[in-house]
Design a protein around this ligand. Structure first.
Ligand code: ADP
Ligand code: MG
Length: 252
């Protein structure tokens, strides 16, 4: 996969044009600061990954963008400041978070879970079309709309979590470790879906523990450690970077 050319454009000094622009972000759990002045940018149409060891702040960053964690600093989406918004306001602007652990409603059906994703929407016709799109992208859901979510396999539950996010009409979809606990074959189908969504114009920011997977599957990667970005670059460049190979890819 070749990194997209606009990445190269703004990497040469046009960062002010970035679509999602995070500047000097600090995040807090009560008074404990977990992100320490983090900055990053995402362009429309990007497929960005965040890697870093456990506790680096990846989940906190996604949850701060979605306004679920208290933050200070700047988060601009399309020149609009999100930092003072409520989670609902951010969702209404198309920033949708697919959380770690999927967070489905196990005693509700596939179809009911999907409609939960659309709970803030009123455009009934578009919701119907999105349901058809979800069944098209994720046929496994279309085959059993009445099955209880709790009885699906891990991979199917992850598909459902992604489907529910699509029902929220995302412009920017953030995903927290969708591959966690899944077999390689299933992970492969999840990434196929993500690539399809990305090719249809959806911007994706993905947290991924498996650095190989992140670097092979996405265009641009940020490496987080202790609440800072310690490295960033086109994923294919980081794959060749000896310090990344040693620290994150198990190569010596
Ligand atoms: N709800 C919470 N309350 C207090 N501290 C938290 C909470 N969630 C995460 N942390 C702390 O924030 C830091 C970053 O965590 P997290 O964002 O979950 O990292 P990652 O997703 O990269 O593993 C860690 O030190 C973690 O212990
Ligand atoms: Mg995490």
């Amino acid at each position: 996969m070749t990194p997209k050319s606009y990445r190269l454009t703004w990497a040469k000094g046009k960062a002010n044009l970035a679509w999602l622009k995070i500047d000097n972000l600090e995040s807090f759990y009560h008074r404990v600061r977990v992100l320490h002045g983090l900055s990053m940018q995402v362009e429309k149409g990007d497929f960005v990954s965040l890697i870093g060891s456990n506790g680096a702040g990846k989940t906190t960053l996604l949850r701060t963008i979605s306004r679920l964690v208290h933050g200070k600093g700047k988060i601009f989406l399309d020149n609009e400041e999100l930092i003072h918004m409520t989670p609902k306001e951010v969702i209404c602007r198309g920033v949708i978070h697919c959380p770690e652990g999927r967070m489905l409603f196990p005693n509700m059906t596939v179809r009911q879970n999907l409609f939960m994703g659309a709970f803030l929407r009123e455009d009934k016709e578009e919701i119907k079309k999105d349901l058809e799109r979800v069944f098209d992208y994720l046929p496994v859901l279309g085959q059993r709309p009445k099955q209880m979510a709790g009885t699906l396999s891990g991979g199917e539950q992850q598909m459902l979590a992604i489907g529910r996010s699509i029902m929220a009409a995302p412009k920017l979809l953030t995903l927290d470790e969708p591959s966690l606990g899944l077999a390689p074959l299933v992970i492969g189908s999840i990434f196929e879906v993500l690539h399809t969504l990305n090719q249809r114009g959806l911007t994706l920011v993905l947290v991924e523990q498996n650095a190989w997977l992140a670097l092979e599957q996405t265009n641009f990667t940020y490496v987080l450690e202790e609440g800072h970005v310690i490295k960033q670059g086109p994923a294919k460049d980081l794959l060749e970077d000896p310090s990344i190979q040693e620290a994150y890819l198990g190569m010596t």
